[in-house]
Design a protein around this ligand. Sequence first.
Ligand SMILES: Nc1ncnc2c1ncn2[C@@H]1O[C@H](COP(=O)(O)OP(=O)(O)OP(=O)(O)O)[C@@H](O)[C@H]1O
Ligand SMILES: Nc1ncnc2c1ncn2[C@@H]1O[C@H](COP(=O)(O)OP(=O)(O)OP(=O)(O)O)[C@@H](O)[C@H]1O
Ligand SMILES: [Mg+2]
Ligand SMILES: [Mg+2]
Lengths: 258, 258
Amino acid sequence: MAVTIAVANQKGGVGKTTTTANLAVTLARHDLRVLVIDTDPQSNLTSSFGLDKAVSPSLADSLLHRDAELPRYRVQDSTDVAIDLVPGTPELAAVESELQTKLGREMRLREHVMRIDNDYDYVLVDTPPSLGVLTLNALVAAQWVIIPTEARFFSLRGLQMLTESIEEVTIVNPNLRVLGIVLNKFDRRLREEKHVAGYLQEQWEAEMFASRIPTNSKILEASSSGLSIFAPGARGRGVRRAVDAYEALAEEVLTRAA
Amino acid sequence: MAVTIAVANQKGGVGKTTTTANLAVTLARHDLRVLVIDTDPQSNLTSSFGLDKAVSPSLADSLLHRDAELPRYRVQDSTDVAIDLVPGTPELAAVESELQTKLGREMRLREHVMRIDNDYDYVLVDTPPSLGVLTLNALVAAQWVIIPTEARFFSLRGLQMLTESIEEVTIVNPNLRVLGIVLNKFDRRLREEKHVAGYLQEQWEAEMFASRIPTNSKILEASSSGLSIFAPGARGRGVRRAVDAYEALAEEVLTRAA
Ligand SMILES: Nc1ncnc2c1ncn2[C@@H]1O[C@H](COP(=O)(O)OP(=O)(O)OP(=O)(O)O)[C@@H](O)[C@H]1O
Ligand SMILES: Nc1ncnc2c1ncn2[C@@H]1O[C@H](COP(=O)(O)OP(=O)(O)OP(=O)(O)O)[C@@H](O)[C@H]1O
Ligand SMILES: [Mg+2]
Ligand SMILES: [Mg+2]
């Protein structure tokens, strides 16, 4: 049975997609079988793996029709590491309202994941920046939640709301727990960031991962050029630092989730 | 009758809230009467104006009950410029599902704004990072949309989806048009940003505002310290540059919306 992790934070732009993609590749480099699921209508995770063609049937279909298969595509990251991906599509936006009145609206993804989770060691689910039905489906399907956050004031306020929502989800998914909070885009040159990071360490000490992902232009460039930071051709100190940061995070994930 | 502008982009973290807050203060410094409305359950706009107390009745109540008043609070920005604010609250998250089956679910905010818009010259509406019912209410209530974006690949994909949604809203709000796209957090030292900025200029030339808001740590610090970049005590070259950038943007807004 796979370890299923939802990557969630309703605060926008904190690095959910980037963390999901890079953590998935890092785990796959440890020879683990990895599936990533993109529940965001914007489908940034799907495009970061270079899959841009129209997909049918799609994840939206399987959320609406219990007997539709979960569409899985093998994506060859530029590092020759194989990962399976359930692509997101714009139709997911309509699923939010279509599921509102359906029975077990937040259990739909879990049912599909349970059918296939023997094929994987890790399943990572990227979510949109909201606490709506799509994110709820990810939280109900998962055993763990990774919460990427920035060291910014607005993100702090979101953490409280998110942990309360996670608490509520334990009504239908009693196993769900926070695996950890990862500080992303951390820029220790900014006074503001050091200040908020200190506060996070104090208030959420048990949840905070020791590893922090620094702000790094190579991470930014990778998410758009399609050339992963792990690619054989990617070189330099910036790449090295980025790979090491995700490597350290993956080690902590493996230890905490074991 | 006020000019009503929705500030929207379903891509998270692009600077919707920061742009709304700073543009509102800049317009108020031009002796214009300004109202800001916070439709995001995270309520970052509300906390950036220092209003943190529980509000009742709230915006969520007025969206659900047509005869409830829109709650307006006078907030004194630290620059002594007065702005009215309709605060956001966490209950707004529940409004998304409660309104799904109600008649005229996306027209609710418009009805309230029309009752009070003679009191203002400009009404700015901040929205959550999604294209759900709350953002739809803002788009139906507005005549214009300002789209903050970053010069990042993931943001580009969102622009297409957003402009298609805006096009659809013209079924119920024929006047709605894009006032402009503003490049925010622009860092011209990054190759990636220069590259995407060039693409934006080519593909969306007519919509792009000439003014760009640079990435600036003073803008970041202001949104959390509660000390505005416009405050008498805020000094230095970074502050000057930030204030000038919003000043230039406000000029373009005034020209285009006239
Ligand atoms: N450590 C990092 N260093 C530099 N840039 C980063 C880092 N992590 C993410 N980014 C960039 O920050 C932006 C936001 O990241 P991303 O899109 O992954 O966030 P998100 O939380 O998934 O956003 P959304 O809320 O829209 O889903 C992207 O342009 C991404 O490339
Ligand atoms: N020009 C800028 N320079 C530096 N930091 C900025 C700038 N504009 C916004 N920020 C910072 O970037 C982060 C994201 O901005 P903001 O919260 O306004 O975006 P948003 O689009 O409203 O996010 P959400 O999608 O969660 O509503 C905040 O920490 C903010 O302080
Ligand atoms: Mg994302
Ligand atoms: Mg915001």
